[in-house]
Design a protein around this ligand. Structure first.
Ligand code: PGA
Length: 254
């Protein structure tokens, strides 16, 4: 049985004080919650302070990106070791906003993924098609090439803990959610891809989560699908009430 994973992607929101307030409120609501693994991904500047608030709970931290080198003359970048040092257990890789605005490619996703695994971070690798690609029936081919490029050179043993987030680009921050059936179809496609390219055991154990306008009122229907194991939540993760309600709605897949 795969345990649900709910990750809040805060994107470029919240100062240190605001972030501390938000995790303090989340902690009050969810510190003892066992029904799902809970991850929050604040901006880099708030990682250390939010870690201090969460350190005595099961709620863990994730970063929103990393660079693949360990250290060196790479102004403005942050390494896997530094992210771990700040208290992170997870890291988001290849989010569509990074692909769109910061030239993220399959090749750089692959480098980041390998670098994250090398230090024991759990990567959340994002894939997903644009509206144009969906409307021209290219969803599966786009997702397939993102997976092929992103996971190149890795073996089953490497990827057991990796999380894949299916995030249709047209559903991110738009209020449009994939229907549970649309999402389930792609999640199943991804699981079959993992089975063919790694092994059945890896495919059975791997968590594939959905992202794209997840809200308290649609979380339950999405999470009740066989191959949807949790959510990557953007906008709704910035509000304590909606984030906690999404987390609690996900117990259904336990
Ligand atoms: P959203 O963002 O929930 O605001 O659509 C999801 C994401 O980008 O991870």
């Amino acid at each position: 049985m795969r345990k649900s994973l709910i990750a809040g992607n805060w994107k470029m929101h919240k100062t240190i004080n605001e972030a501390v307030q938000l995790v303090t409120a989340i902690k009050r609501e969810l510190a003892d919650y066992k029904g799902a693994d809970i991850v929050v991904c604040p901006v880099y500047t708030a990682l250390a302070s939010t870690f201090d608030v969460l350190m005595d709970t099961d709620i863990v931290l994730g970063a929103q990106n990393l660079f693949w080198e360990t250290q060196g003359a790479f102004t403005g970048e942050i390494s896997p070791v530094m992210i771990k040092d700040a208290g992170c257990e997870y890291v988001i890789i290849g989010h569509s906003e990074r692909r769109k605005y910061f030239n993220e490619t399959e090749e750089t996703v692959n480098k980041r993924l390998k670098a994250a695994l090398a230090v024991g971070l759990i990567p959340i690798v994002c894939v997903g098609e644009t509206l144009e690609e969906r409307e021209s029936d290219k969803t599966e081919s786009v997702v397939k090439s993102q997976l092929e490029g992103g996971f190149k050179g890795l073996q089953s043993i490497d990827v057991l803990d990796v999380v894949i987030a299916y995030e249709p680009v047209w559903a991110i921050g738009t209020g449009k959610t994939a229907t549970p059936e649309q999402a389930q179809n792609v999640h199943n496609f991804i699981r079959q891809w993992v089975k063919q390219n790694f092994c059945e055991d890896t495919a059975d154990k791997m968590r594939i989560i959905y992202g794209g306008s997840v809200k308290p009122d649609n979380a339950k229907d999405l999470m009740s699908q066989d191959d949807i194991d949790g959510a990557l939540v953007g906008g709704a993760a910035l509000d304590v009430g909606s984030f906690c309600s999404i987390v609690k709605n996900c117990t259904i897949s336990l």
